[in-house]
Design a protein around this ligand. Structure first.
Ligand SMILES: Nc1nc2c(ncn2[C@@H]2O[C@H](COP(=O)(O)OP(=O)(O)OP(=O)(O)O)[C@@H](O)[C@H]2O)c(=O)[nH]1
Ligand SMILES: [Mg+2]
Length: 667
């Protein structure tokens, strides 16, 4: 039997990298008896960080699902990764929940939220300072339900401001007691704030509060539930996940005060028959619609599609089987009803973001939007002949992760893999090795430089060969001139009186084009240049198509060098989101990368810095930004235009290109 919709809670756990989300999920599972021992991130034993890469790096990379039963409710916990490189997964995970538990907060997720201030047992943890700074940003919507008892290593529990009791752990179970005397005044003060905030959610409650001066516990809970669902209230709680403090209270809050899938009756999407926007109700008897929010592929298990049922009931008999997910462990169930999260195997054609629907009544849920790939690296097989294995592995990985892209660049003859950040691309390489048994080297991406000229020059290119029988003869006079950026290439035939016969003029143009494609100073394509053929000579017998091609190419190489050749480099539009107190560092760093700041918008605690920066300077940006901002900054970038490479750097690029060419010739 599927679970009754009102008894389901789907909760996303969101927050910056390393704040303790996975630990919090584990502690809740343990408190609810869903796991028999409390796993730890530090020894790789948690339920939701089960991927070998996660265990080794001690961070979450994938969104994963776990569930527990609490007071007759089925709670799905969606543990999302905090690091910016894996934001795609976090976003996808938030598509299938009704509420989010956040440490600090992410305003972009427009979901009812509760905030947990975790790791209160750590040195310099300061609940009140965190609360104040959150409060400034949220303008009165934030209310604390708890006050911490003890601090740093002596943090041991909290005052529950709804019940006005102290809660501390005895063994692994919370026990209620009297509020410690030294906290009594503060507790009264914060209780007052909580009651006022609760009363303000509802006119009747406000009237009652004004009349009686207080509110009872059931009324407070009801007001909380309504206030949270409407986004008017955001409750704050205390926790130390690794000591199981605060997790029972959080489970209670999830059940008592967070919305269930039943609170979102109308599911929006597109009716595929009429191609019109339409809605369906989250009813067990409605036709099935389910959103696939994640795909996992494993050489041993095969393909897994994680989905959330939005409407209707998905029965095991239709799908082979369907299961709940406890981290990596599947538990087969008979059916999944609206609001439930589950997994199905071997849906060959299904991809992340797809809707599972019924053929007779097709309906499509809105797609999941993913961030653009921002960085590309070239990869090279460690063993020759592995090319096929590599493209097969990449195809499978890209299927799992829609933010991974790859393509062969004919200009640089390299296989390029793009991702959200460098950590992300490194993970792709590790996954190729571990799952698909193919090893590659990650090369720094070859920057797509281009060559052009700044000046005008002209001269002769002559090819003459007399070897026995028929000889070779071609003679061209060429002029080169710069064109504006983005102008491309123009070939002008300025021959009068047949100095070069008509039928050989296309040969000259071909010689010029081939030479430009190969590059002249450093092997990069030549652009933004006009080439004029203005004179030449020919031989009745020895002139040929080939001879004129070679002559033109020789001529161009010479004339190009006289026309002040330069290198052009791609310039990127970069946008960085950083905590405001790190904006100065971010700007200084961008300047040191030859960047030009073009704008800065402070938005409360985060600032958006916009800059144009050469692509070659951005290759290591991800990790620098991460360390500069303690993992809290993010950035995006896209190609803008080409600009001249400063000469001291151009010399270096030219030297490297030469060395590479010599190496290639030796092979
Ligand atoms: N002292 C203390 N350490 C904690 C607590 N919660 C988590 N940690 C530690 O903080 C580190 C990060 O914890 P995780 O649970 O992996 O954090 P996360 O938010 O899931 O990290 P990502 O998924 O990578 O973003 C680990 O070393 C945990 O042991 C806590 O309440 N107290
Ligand atoms: Mg985690």
């Amino acid at each position: 039997m599927a679970i009754e919709i009102g008894k389901i809670r789907n909760v996303g756990i969101v927050g910056h990298g390393g704040v303790g989300k996975t630990s919090l999920v584990e502690a809740m599972l343990f408190a609810a008896g869903a796991v028999t021992r409390l796993g730890r991130v530090d020894d790789g034993s948690t339920t939701t960080d089960f991927d070998p890469d996660e265990i080794r790096r001690k961070i979450s990379i994938n969104t994963s699902i776990a569930y527990c039963d609490w007071k007759g409710h089925h709670i799905n916990l969606v543990d999302t990764p905090g690091y910016g490189d894996f934001i795609a997964d976090a976003r996808a995970g938030l598509r299938v929940v009704e509420a989010a538990i956040v440490w600090k907060f992410a305003t972009e997720y427009n979901l009812p939220r509760a905030v947990v201030v975790n790791r209160l047992d750590r040195e310099r943890a300061d609940f009140f300072r965190t609360f104040e700074s959150l409060g400034k940003r949220l303008k009165g919507r934030l209310v604390t339900l708890h006050l911490p008892i003890g601090e740093e290593s002596s943090f041991r529990g909290f005052v529950d401001l709804v019940k006005m009791k102290a809660v501390t752990l005895t063994g692994n179970k919370p026990a209620e007691g009297e509020i410690p005397a030294e906290l009594a005044d503060r507790a009264k003060e914060y209780r007052e704030k909580l009651v006022e905030a609760a009363a303000e959610t509802d006119d009747d409650l406000l009237a009652k509060y004004l009349e009686e001066g207080s509110l009872g516990e059931p009324e407070m809970l009801k007001a909380l539930r309504a206030g949270i669902a409407a986004g008017k209230l955001m409750p704050v709680m205390c926790a130390a996940a690794s000591k199981s403090i605060g997790v029972h209270a959080l489970l209670d809050l999830i059940v008592d005060s967070l919305p269930s899938p039943a609170d979102r009756q109308e599911i929006e999407g597109t009716d595929l028959k009429t191609k019109q926007p339409a809605t369906r109700t989250a009813d067990a008897k409605a036709p099935v619609t389910a959103l696939v929010f994640k795909t996992l592929s494993d050489p041993h298990i095969g393909k897994l599609s994680l989905f959330r049922v939005m409407t209707g009931t998905l029965r095991a008999e239709r799908m082979g089987h369907v299961s709940w997910l406890q981290g990596k462990t599947q538990k087969n169930v008979e059916a999944l009803g609206p609001g439930e999260i589950g997994v199905a195997q071997k849906l060959k054609e299904t991809q992340t973001g797809d809707t599972l629907t019924e053929e007779a009544q097709p309906f499509e849920l809105p797609k999941i939007t993913f961030p653009e790939a921002a960085i590309s690296f070239a990869i090279q097989p460690k063993t020759r002949g592995d090319e096929d294995k590599i493209s097969n592995a990449l195809a499978r990985i890209a299927e799992e992760d829609p933010t991974v892209h790859y393509h062969f660049d004919p200009e640089t003859k390299q296989l390029l893999v793009s991702g959200v950040g460098s950590l992300h691309v490194e993970m792709v390489v590790e996954r190729m090795k571990r799952k698909y048994n193919v090893e590659v080297n990650l090369l720094p991406p070859r920057i797509p430089y281009k060559e052009t000229v700044k000046g005008r020059a002209e001269g002769q290119g002559k090819y003459k060969k007399q070897t026995g029988g028929r000889g070779q003869y071609g003679d061209t006079w060429l002029r080169v001139e710069p064109m504006p950026r983005g102008g491309g290439f123009e070939f002008v035939d300025d021959i009068f009186g047949g100095a070069v016969p008509r039928n050989f003029i296309p040969s000259v143009e071909k010689g010029v084009r081939d030479c430009m494609k190969k590059g002249i100073i450093a092997g990069y394509p030549v652009v933004d240049m006009k080439v004029t053929l203005y004179d030449g000579s020919y031989h009745d017998v020895d002139s040929s198509d080939m001879a004129f091609q070679i002559a033109a190419s020789m001529g161009l190489q010479k004339v190009f060098m006289d026309a002040r050749p330069i290198l052009l480099e791609p310039i990127m539009n970069v946008e960085v989101a950083t905590p405001a107190d790190h904006a100065g560092d971010v700007i200084g760093d961008l300047n040191s990368r030859r960047g030009r700041i073009v704008g800065m918008e402070p938005a409360g605690e985060t600032a958006a810095v916009r800059a144009v920066v050469p692509m070659s300077e951005m290759l290591t940006y991800e990790s620098s930004l991460r360390s500069m901002t303690g993992g809290r900054g993010g950035y995006s970038m896209e190609f803008s235009h080409y600009e001249e490479v400063p000469s001291f750097l151009a010399d270096k690029v030219i030297k490297e290109a030469k060395a590479e060419r010599e190496k290639a010739e030796k092979h």
